[in-house]
Design a protein around this ligand. Sequence first.
Ligand code: SF4
Ligand code: SF4
Length: 203
Amino acid sequence: MSDTKKITANHVARAVIPDPGFGREVEEKSRTRVSSCFQCLKCTGGCPVTFAMDIMPHQAIRMVQLGMKDEVLESSTIWVCASCETCTTRCPNDIDIAHLMDTLRQTAIAEKITPAQKEILAFHRVFMMTIRFLGRLYEPGMLGALKAWTRTLNRGEIKLGWKMFKKGKLKIVPRAVGESRELRAIFAKAKQKVKGEGSKVKG
Ligand code: SF4
Ligand code: SF4
């Protein structure tokens, strides 16, 4: 294979076409003043999952400020973020970075942007589906659905699952927490809240 053929679309530098309204749009949706970031790096310094990110949290903030919409929404960082809020607590400008990451994830989903690591989005969907129906985690069902969706189930994992089942480590029958009516109401309320966000900007 020639060197030219080895180069994939991801390796080809593309022109950055900034979206000047993106920063403001994100500020409104996340209700946090991204524009006040002065790049002190305290967020990145405290983040426990930077090792798995393709851009650092402070870089994601800078990209939002610069209107680099495609670049930030296509990053795996917004999906790797564990919403631990360490960055939010450390930020001297009270920027709610954890919420901002959540907003960026929602925007990426709404705009049908495929993340750099597709499995992360699949995991996010399966996780939310489990919570929506049961109100709690149900690992066997969640992993089964994830593996089927991403077509990554292998013989070793089936064997391991069987071993765990025989030792009583896997509970096959799921147990729901609360009434499904209540769970539906919580999700409907959250959906409404997301729609309603945008009227005020903190800071
Ligand atoms: S801690 Fe706050 S001000 Fe500092 S780089 Fe991160 S977002 Fe910006
Ligand atoms: S909320 Fe996300 S970005 Fe912030 S420190 Fe935790 S994992 Fe890192």
